[in-house]
Design a protein around this ligand. Sequence first.
Ligand SMILES: Nc1ncnc2c1ncn2[C@@H]1O[C@H](COP(=O)(O)OP(=O)(O)OP(=O)(O)O)[C@@H](O)[C@H]1O
Ligand SMILES: Nc1nc2c(c(=O)[nH]1)N=C(CO)CN2
Length: 188
Amino acid sequence: MSSVPNPNVVDADTLTGDLRPLRRAAFALGSNLGERLDYLQGAVDALTDSPEIVPVAVSPVYETEPVGGPQGQPMFLNAVLVVDTTLSARSLLERAMATEAAYGRTRDEPDSSRTLDVDVLAVGDVTADDDDLQVPHPRLAERAFVLMPWSDVDPEFDVPGLGRVQDLSSALDATGVRRTDDTLELPS
Ligand SMILES: Nc1ncnc2c1ncn2[C@@H]1O[C@H](COP(=O)(O)OP(=O)(O)OP(=O)(O)O)[C@@H](O)[C@H]1O
Ligand SMILES: Nc1nc2c(c(=O)[nH]1)N=C(CO)CN2
């Protein structure tokens, strides 16, 4: 008998009993307005409140200087949530956007302050290049505020077309990205 775990699990989204692959995925979480840590924890809770999303790890919380956007923005808190999931990249994007909406995300101009930003970083070996969905996230390789927390919890993840998270992270300048003592909890 094989000791390799079955990589397919029954999809709980439909009642067809279809088998769908279980993929490793990651979300980037960011907040620079209001109760930043509470918003990040709320995002972890909302995103993992689903039978199709199995929490694997949540990174330490980093305090980071804003990259881009208007001058004088407040500092961000950033973290990365790693999950295993049977959901498609598009379904994960829908969950990400619903989670942002639940926290009253406000945004006046591109890259300006926001209560909560949730991006889909990668979904296993899936690639997508649609107008409203690009996976892996097209700017992840230039973002230390994403790669440093991601590397803390899933350094070996192989980002399609880019390589290991740890290697991507160590190629970047870490200026303005500081690990804090704040922690986020995964559901038990
Ligand atoms: N992988 C992805 N994760 C999240 N949003 C995505 C992704 N790919 C495409 N999008 C699209 O990006 C749009 C705008 O995203 P958003 O307003 O969060 O950008 P931003 O957070 O300001 O900047 P950035 O995309 O650089 O992080 C969303 O409406 C969504 O359709
Ligand atoms: N430090 C930091 N800078 C940013 C962030 C972010 O989450 N953290 N998100 C952005 C757009 O998503 C643009 N700039």
